[in-house]
Design a protein. Structure first.
Length: 128
């Protein structure tokens, strides 16, 4: 830390973010998401954009990079050692930018009559 940074009350500019940043600071205090993101919800990047990746804050960039292959919310939280609630909010933000695709879960389809009809039809075609 330089003397000018100490006297100005600023943190040193090492290019790395402190591990002491509180999770709520990453989300701006937000805890709610616009999407239902369960532990098993799969996320992927439909069209990778390196320019977008470079413009994201470090935590969102890491989530975006990890989602280049299909990955669950729980896996992202464990891989990045970021609390699950924070991962959900950051993924929701990326989805709002259409940077990631949220794959539907069984919970999202459980009340769909179309899905139930297709399952019933498929079961009827199974050899006994």
């Amino acid at each position: 830390m330089t003397r000018s940074e100490i006297t100005a009350g600023r943190a040193p500019t090492t290019g790395r973010r402190s591990k002491r940043i509180r999770p709520y600071a990453l989300t701006g205090g937000r805890t709610r998401t616009r999407y239902q993101l369960l532990l098993e919800t799969l996320i992927s990047v439909p069209h990778y954009d390196p320019v977008l990746s470079a413009a994201l804050m470090p935590e969102s960039r890491t989530l975006y990079e990890q989602a280049r292959g299909q990955v669950s919310i729980a896996e992202l939280s464990a891989l990045l050692t970021i609390p699950l609630g924070v991962v959900r909010v950051l993924i929701s933000d990326l989805a709002m930018q259409e940077a990631v695709f949220i794959h539907p879960t069984a919970a999202a389809l459980q009340h769909s009559n179309d899905v139930l009809a297709r399952v019933l039809s498929g079961l009827g075609r199974l050899p006994v």
